[in-house]
Ligand binder design. Structure first.
Ligand code: FES
Length: 75
């Protein structure tokens, strides 16, 4: 997978990188985006990061190609 400056790697609204969000989510036992919101970690702004954060929680990945989360999506 090739990454460049367009790589999706943070919740822009909270100015927090996914690496930190994942670390805090694991420390606070968050399993969903809603859990992360309730703990005031991130994801309470525009919502654009939500599909990436959800995938991060499942896979542990913290860097994504823009739109990658929608490939093979059932939506
Ligand atoms: S980018 Fe995460 S809520 Fe806006």
């Amino acid at each position: 997978m090739a990454y460049d400056r367009r790589t999706v790697k943070m919740c822009v609204c909270h100015r927090k990188k996914f690496d930190l969000i994942l670390e805090l989510a694991r420390q606070q036992e968050c399993e969903t985006v809603e859990d992360i919101q309730e703990k005031d970690i991130a994801c309470k702004g525009c919502g654009m990061c939500h599909p990436y954060v959800q995938k991060m929680l499942v896979t542990g990945e913290t860097r994504f190609i823009p739109g990658d989360v929608y490939i093979n999506s059932k939506h």
